[in-house]
Structure formats: C-alpha cells, structure tokens
Design a protein around this ligand. Structure first.
Ligand SMILES: *[C@@H]1O[C@H](CO)[C@@H](O)[C@H](O)[C@H]1NC(C)=O
Ligand SMILES: *[C@@H]1O[C@H](CO)[C@@H](O)[C@H](O)[C@H]1NC(C)=O
Ligand SMILES: *[C@@H]1O[C@H](CO)[C@@H](O)[C@H](O)[C@H]1NC(C)=O
Length: 258
C-alpha cells in the first residue's frame, strides 16, 4: 500500500513539474527526455544504448569502440510472455542479435527466457556463437515471472562457476520486456537488487506503452541512474530500427573452430 502511494506521488510530481515548466516558459534548453514520462525519439534511444549498454563513449556518432581485450559477461533476459506474440518476439530477438555486432568489444553472452517460468537458453559463449544460438528461439507465451528470470541470472549464470563466466570481467544484464511482472511480483525488485548486489549492471528495454506504476517497476529493476539504464521503444519493430542506427563494429571475434 505504501509503495502504491509512493508511486502515485512520484508520478503526480512528474506531471506537476512538467506543467509548471510549460506555464513559466524560460530559456530554451537542448531537448531532454525523461524516459519515465515518454518514449524518446529513436535516435536518442540508439545513442543511449550505444553509450551506456554497448560502452561506445561517443554514442552513435563516434567510431566503433576500441579493440578491447577486457571481457564483459552479458546476459540477455528475454520476455516470452503471451502479450508479445511470435512475430514481435522474433523481431526482438533479431534486434538483440544485431546488437552483438555493434558492441565491438570482447563480450561473452548468455541468455534466459521467461514467461510463466524462466529457463537458461545458453550459458556464456562468444558473441558469434550467441548470434547462432539466438536464431531458433521458440516462442511459448504465458505470464510474466520476471523475478524468476532475475533470480536465475544470478544463481545459474553470474554465481555459477560452471556457466562459462569470465571471473573479473564486466557484468551486465539487459531485460527485454513488454510489461509488468505478474507472478510473485513482490519479489521482482528484491531479486533485481540481489542481482545488482552481485556486481551486475542491470539495463531494461521496455517495449510499448506503460502505465506509471509499470514504468516505476522498470525503474526499480534497472541500475541507477535510470536515465542511463532504462531504454524505451514503441514496439519490437522500433527496437530493430533503433539498433540499425548504431554503426556496426568489426571487432567481433570469429567463432572458434572446433
Ligand atoms: C536526434 O535527431 C534530432 C532531430 O533531427 C537532433 O536534433 C538530435 O541532435 C539527434 N540526437 C542525436 C543523439 O543524434
Ligand atoms: C514463430 O516464427 C518463427 C519465424 O517466423 C517460426 O519459425 C516459428 O515456427 C513460429 N513459432 C510459433 C510458435 O508460431
Ligand atoms: C512464488 O514464490 C513462492 C515463495 O517463494 C514459491 O514457493 C513459488 O514457487 C513461486 N512461484 C513461482 C511460479 O515462481
């Protein structure tokens, strides 16, 4: 109950501030978008993803990032719930695959899929292998057990010595979702907090329209500041458009010959 009042107060405050600005006017500032209130233009979202998730300091304008040998352990946490539908789900996966080509550093990837339950699709592998493993991910549909996925990312991937994790490497997770959790949802933020406490920088890609309460949950899941960790797009097709605005990198390691 207290949490609901807090959320209502936060949302009310945001509306209040924006009305006050409109009334007062004031000096013209460069465009700024509060991702809690609005879905920013695609180029701004692309720039934010490039800078903060892909680690390209100059965003979409700069050159691809350096020939880095530092290993990042990246986990894609993919919502597979019934509200998405197979077509959008496949577009989302395609965009996630395209992002691997744009990261341009030495990153390994693992993936989790969640709807009513959560499961590990694959543990940490090279980017080029992750691109292949993401080619045939079946869509199942169901509810949104986000907390189970966040828990699994920690227990089965980041804290599991057999997951292929590079110890001492960077740790990040990207939750791609189209809505709020609806199974054991009081555990969603606590599980996100445990993941962050395990040293993981948590990003959220929120797809579609969100109520104020729903976007506050996304803000609670991601690391702070939310301006650098919460990305929003209208739909999964738009997510693909956004990723295409980020220049490709040519640093992707080739798949190992076996
Ligand atoms: C996005 O596009 C707008 C309008 O064309 C432009 O003013 C803005 O600088 C662009 N932002 C980025 C990050 O490129
Ligand atoms: C989803 O779409 C993919 C690609 O179009 C297709 O191969 C697959 O059979 C579809 N799955 C379901 C459950 O409809
Ligand atoms: C919900 O949480 C309870 C208590 O932690 C647990 O026993 C139950 O399995 C969870 N349900 C799902 C669907 O994860």
């Amino acid at each position: 109950m207290d949490r609901m009042i807090l959320i209502a107060a936060l949302c009310g405050l945001l509306v209040h501030v924006s009305i006050a600005k409109d009334l007062v006017g004031g000096p013209i500032k460069p465009p700024s978008y509060d991702v809690i209130k609005t879905i920013p233009p695609k180029n701004e979202t692309a720039n934010n993803i490039a800078k903060h998730f892909l680690g390209r300091t100059s965003g979409i304008r700069g050159p691809p990032s350096s020939q880095d040998t530092y290993v990042y352990n990246v986990v894609y946490i993919i919502d597979d719930s019934g509200s998405i539908g197979n077509k959008s789900f496949q577009q989302g996966i395609t965009a996630l695959r395209m992002m691997i080509d744009r990261k341009g550093d030495r990153s390994d990837y693992a993936a989790i899929k969640f709807s009513t339950t959560a499961s590990v699709l694959f543990p940490f592998v090279l980017g080029c292998q992750a691109r292949q493993k993401l080619l045939n991910v079946p869509y199942t549909g169901g509810a949104s057990n986000t907390q189970a996925a966040l828990r699994l990312a920690r227990t089965e991937l980041f804290e599991n010595p057999n997951s292929g994790l590079t110890p001492g490497g960077g740790r990040s997770a990207l939750v791609m979702t189209d809505g709020q959790s609806n199974i054991n949802k009081t555990q969603t933020i606590p599980q996100a907090d445990l993941l962050k406490a395990a040293g993981v920088e948590v990003f959220v890609l929120a797809v579609g329209k969100y109520t104020c309460a729903a976007i506050q949950e996304m803000r609670g899941i991601c690391s702070s500041p939310y301006q650098d960790h919460l990305f929003r797009v209208d739909d999964f097709k738009s997510f693909m458009d956004v990723v295409k605005l980020i220049p490709k990198s040519n640093n992707l390691l080739p798949c190992k010959e076996t």
